[in-house]
Design a protein around this ligand. Structure first.
Ligand code: SF4
Length: 321
């Protein structure tokens, strides 16, 4: 661990580097807790580059908690379309409604109340506490985890219970007394820009003096990969008079989104491709069918929210016509 005497210098170097080199991200231009809440939901398992355009559109459509709490779920899912992991959108809507229904209708600053909201786990709660309310709490995203594991030369898997406990203690040991937002943003950007996955840029690292990593490119250690599960998903393309048939998913996968209807019997396959959902590799096989009365039809040029693989399949098949 870094001694208390050295901690001041560590902070000066790290925070000074961030002030000059930190990323100018749209959600950092404000301390509006709602903007931070939206960005943190979007950033779960998604890259900054992918989130930026969605964030801009979202904030225009739903500029505050009240606007989102009033929104229709289908409209919310439509705006989320293409970002994936749709349970985040439904949870964000649910959390907005929980906040709006509570007196005084504002996002709480303390961890226990944040953790009671839908879709908010320990990471998101600590990120909101730090970035919106400047709290000095450990924030452990993938970038910060990598930086800390290397700084402390932690040569065990970072994602298991032991690894998480060690890294949380390490993060706590580096916290300043104030300025939680600056501190966590600095660690995060150090991981994104210098202490990157693969080969880190140690010669230009502002905190190299404090780093214990001997072979940083090998850290953090990863747990063995989980087996990939292969699945087939036979679906149909039912198109008539400019309309296509879809069915509403009742979950658990893609709940609330519209899908190509399931295939009842084997037909000639028009299109097939694979996509990945968590550890499932799914082969989408699409054959033709006639529309049925228990399927809902939509104009082909005005489709409801759909998951990316089904929308892509539909667009390819419509383009062939
Ligand atoms: Fe990462 Fe290298 Fe800096 Fe250590 S010296 S924190 S490994 S960039």
């Amino acid at each position: 661990m870094i001694s208390e005497r050295e901690l001041g210098e560590f902070h000066r170097r790290l925070h000074g580097w961030f002030r000059k080199n930190g990323r100018d991200l749209p959600w950092r231009q404000t301390r509006d807790p709602y903007a931070v809440l939206v960005s943190e939901f979007m950033l779960q398992q998604t890259t900054v580059a992918a989130v930026i355009p969605f964030y801009g559109r979202w904030m225009k459509e739903f500029p505050d908690i009240a606007a989102l709490a009033r929104a229709d779920e289908q409209k919310v899912l439509k705006l989320w379309e293409g970002l994936g992991y749709y349970s985040r959108a439904r949870n964000l809507l649910r959390a907005a409604r929980e906040i709006a229904a509570d007196d005084p209708g504002v996002i709480p600053a303390d961890m226990p109340r944040l953790l009671r909201l839908s879709g908010i786990g320990p990471y998101t709660a600590s990120a909101i506490a730090a970035f919106a309310f400047d709290r000095c709490v450990p924030v452990l995203d993938a970038n910060i985890t990598r930086v800390l594991a290397r700084l402390f030369d932690f040569r065990e898997p970072a994602a298991n219970a032991r690894g998480k406990l060690f890294l949380e203690r390490a993060a706590r040991s580096l916290l300043p007394e104030s300025g939680g937002c600056l501190h966590s943003s600095s660690l995060m950007d150090l991981g994104a820009l210098v202490c990157t996955a693969g080969r880190p840029g140690c010669p230009s690292c502002p905190v190299r003096k404090f780093c214990r990593a001997v072979s940083p490119e090998k850290i953090p250690f990863k747990a063995p990969r989980k087996t990939v599960l292969h699945e087939r998903d036979p679906r149909v393309f039912a198109h008539a008079e400019g309309r296509v048939s879809l069915v509403l998913s009742d979950g658990p996968r893609w709940k609330g989104l519209w899908l190509l209807p399931p295939a009842g019997r084997k037909g000639k396959i028009l299109l097939e491709f694979s996509h990945v959902v968590t550890r499932h590799r799914i082969r989408l096989e699409i054959s033709r069918a006639h529309p049925r009365t228990n399927w809902k039809s939509f104009p082909a040029d005005n489709l409801p929210p759909m998951p990316a693989p089904h929308r892509r399949a539909l667009e390819l098949l419509l383009a062939r016509r």
